[in-house]
Design a protein around this ligand. Structure first.
Ligand code: MYA
Length: 639
């Protein structure tokens, strides 16, 4: 569970920006006015123009259907890049089927030296690094394809190579100077040196900005001196190159005051003053090294600051955002593997005189597994494609993909084990390793709990900015006629109870998907209204409504999954692809299930019964914490 400090911390920026300087209540719905709390005016927000974005997820929070990043489904590789990626796929698959032994890596708690040599030859340590720096130059879609193959075969190995490049040296790729790139990329891209991302500390997990590692400029100004420690660092025991985040004194030019702000550094083990603890003993991903890293008067040259001094928090967040699609595509591979195992068993195993795949209980599981894999794969590749074409505001989609993928993979693996029954529980079958490996995916790279809050609050912050603009427009209706007319029309639909569903989506997808598209459009509209109502009702206190924010995030995740899969299946239907019929069925099933869940989650936002349940849950939780667990006296026998 998150500490109060962590929970509060997430809200820092959201609290300041969602409502800005004035109440929205009089504008939107009088009956809410009394409930809207007073807000402290904050100059920064008053005149700030609300951000515009083409992100589907951002606009969703305004009830707007923004399709340019989703439809037509933009995932494709062409020309040289396609050939380039295709050329690597086959040797990668061969490597996993003939050389790498995931079970042995797990047992030995390390990837075998033979596998590492092959990975180097495959270019697996520098998939995203341009060829001029000795990398494979694959682009995000190429990386997505490779990560899927890795996810199908060995998640422990995946974290070894993933932590290295997805986050370990990603900062150098994204923020590095020419000199930094020239100095470090060739070594890390070839696997001559390994990299690690050092953010988490004993007292700073989800609350990333509370890190205590500190670097101060040396008296002669030639370098920085770093002290502190980091925990649970993937590749921490083997990395030569580390992206390290530390507090640094930064002078505010406006006030002249010096405050601590986070700065990112590229730290070489060779600088001295760097040591690591023993490899951690973990539940899963055992083949990946995880260790504590200590910095004791470590001298970092000035030129090893990554990005700008004081901008390290944003560097860290953007590295994490940038790497998250890889988790979705990796886990799409893992689910494919599990589905393969389950299908193999279900089509060969006879019970009660029939193959078990003919029974509804098994069919339901297999269908659900295929659906979850499809949604995950669709999201992961969509994100990678958008990143390749230069989209910048993908952080909410990235968080959604990470949350969805890690939970879907867990459920799919669980269902696969269930289908295999006793066989699935045996080590030999390999699924127990997958399950152990998977558990961490809901925890690391941002826990799903914190990312749900991030999704909901970031979206609401965006929507809140636009509501503020509307409020300002109302103060001078004559010169804001267009804006007000649009908003009036939107609200009129709501208040006369019309299902005034935006036709954009249905009009642009294959006719076979008209119904799912309509379900998605209705969900988007209902979602936009619910967000608006929540903003009006709770004001800046929305950030404290975690029970509700959780439901908002879940609804956003479901809707994003609907629209993304509709776009993908529509493209397959248009192209008459061999998988089109299956895709159509999956999308119909997903949209039926997801739209119902969206409605349920949105109903919870205003339900008195659910409010009562949340309050009861708070009480139970508080009591059990006060009692330090369940006391023996609560046993039915009384002792
Ligand atoms: S590494 C450790 C991972 N740790 C985390 O993910 C930490 C999670 N915590 C956070 O993300 C932040 O602390 C939160 C913000 C979100 C809680 N993008 O006041 P604020 C901006 C862009 O809300 P806080 C690991 O596990 C925000 O807008 N911007 O901040 C590796 C605001 O900006 P402004 C963002 O309350 C495991 C400012 O920052 C973002 O302190 C190995 C302050 O915001 C964002 N996301 O908390 C994995 N967030 O001031 C290996 C905030 O301008 C993986 N902001 O308004 C490999 C897998 C793949 C395998 C591949 C095989 C090949």
């Amino acid at each position: 569970m998150k500490s109060t400090r962590q929970i509060y911390s997430l809200s820092r920026s959201a609290r300041s920006y969602i409502f800005g300087s004035q109440h929205l209540a009089p504008l939107l719905c009088r009956s809410y006015a009394a409930a809207a709390p007073a807000t402290t005016p904050k100059k920064k927000s008053v005149d700030k123009k609300p951000a515009e974005s083409d992100s589907f997820a951002f606009n969703l929070f305004r009830g707007k259907v923004a399709l340019s990043q989703v439809l037509p489904y933009p995932v494709k590789l062409e020309g040289e890049m396609q050939e380039h990626v295709q050329m690597i796929v086959q040797p990668a698959e061969k490597f996993f089927s003939e050389i790498n032994d995931a079970m042995a890596n797990d047992a030995n708690e390390a990837v075998s030296p033979e596998s590492i040599e092959h990975l180097k030859n495959l270019g697996a340590f520098g998939m995203l690094v341009p060829e001029e720096y000795e990398g494979a130059g694959l682009g995000n879609l190429g990386y997505a394809r490779m990560s899927q193959i890795i996810g199908e075969n060995d998640l422990g190995l995946g974290i070894f190579v993933g932590a290295h490049q997805s986050i370990g040296y990603k900062g150098i790729l994204l923020y590095g100077t020419k000199e930094q790139k020239e100095k470090y990329l060739p070594d890390v891209a070839t696997g001559r040196k390994y990299a690690a991302f050092c953010l988490t500390e004993p007292s700073s997990g989800s609350d990333a900005s509370s890190i205590r590692c500190r670097a101060v400029p040396a008296a002669d100004g030639t370098h920085w001196v770093l002290n502190g420690s980091k925990i649970w660092i993937s590749n921490g025991g083997i990395a030569e190159v580390m992206t390290v985040f530390a507090q640094t004194p930064v002078k505010d030019p406006a006030t002249g005051q010096t405050k601590d702000k986070i700065t990112a550094f590229v730290v070489e083990r060779g600088f001295g003053g760097v040591r690591n603890g023993p490899p951690e003993k973990k539940m899963g991903i055992k083949a990946s090294n995880t260790a504590e890293v200590f910095f004791e008067d470590c001298k970092i040259p000035n030129e090893n600051v990554l990005g700008e001094v004081g901008q390290g928090f944003k560097v860290a967040m953007n590295i994490l955002n940038n790497g998250r699609f890889g988790m979705a595509t990796t886990l799409a591979g893992t689910m494919k593997h599990c589905i393969g195992k389950a299908v193999d068993h279900a089509t060969n195993r006879t019970q009660f005189g029939s193959k078990i795949h003919t029974y509804g209980a098994i069919q339901e599981k297999l269908a659900r597994m295929c659906m979850l894999q499809y949604v995950t794969e669709t999201m992961g590749y969509l994100l990678a494609a958008n990143m390749d074409r230069g989209v910048l505001d993908y952080q909410v989609e990235a968080a959604i993909s990470k949350i969805f993928a890690s939970e879907a993979a867990w459920n799919v693996t669980d269902d696969a084990i269930q289908i295999l029954g006793g066989m699935g529980y045996m080590k030999e079958c390999g699924l127990e390793r997958v399950m152990r490996d998977l558990r961490i995916f809901r925890i690391f790279e941002g826990t799903n709990d914190i990312l749900r809050l991030f999704v909901a609050l970031t979206g609401m912050q965006f929507a809140g900015g636009h509501l503020r603009e509307l409020q300002k427009a109302l103060q001078n209706p004559a010169s804001n006629f267009g804006l007000l007319l649009g908003e009036t029309a939107k609200r009129a639909g709501k208040y006369v109870g019309l299902a005034s569903v935006d036709g954009t989506l249905s009009a642009n997808v294959h006719p076979n998907l008209a119904k799912p598209a309509q379900l998605a459009s209705m969900s988007i509209q209902a979602f936009g209204y619910s967000v608006e109502e929540m903003l009006v009702r709770h004001g800046k206190n929305i950030v404290d409504q975690q029970f509700l924010l959780w439901r908002v995030a879940d609804a956003a995740i479901d809707i994003y999954g609907m629209v993304a899969t509709i776009a993908r299946a529509s493209r397959s239907l248009d192209a008459n692809s061999s998988s089109a019929v299956m895709e159509e069925n999956i999308v119909k099933l997903w949209c039926n299930i997801a739209s119902e869940r969206v409605q349920r989650n949105l109903n919870v936002l205003k339900s008195a019964k659910d409010a009562e349940n949340f309050s009861i849950m708070s009480q139970i939780s508080q009591e059990v914490c006060e009692l330090k667990g369940i006391p023996a006296s609560r046993n039915p026998l009384g002792f």
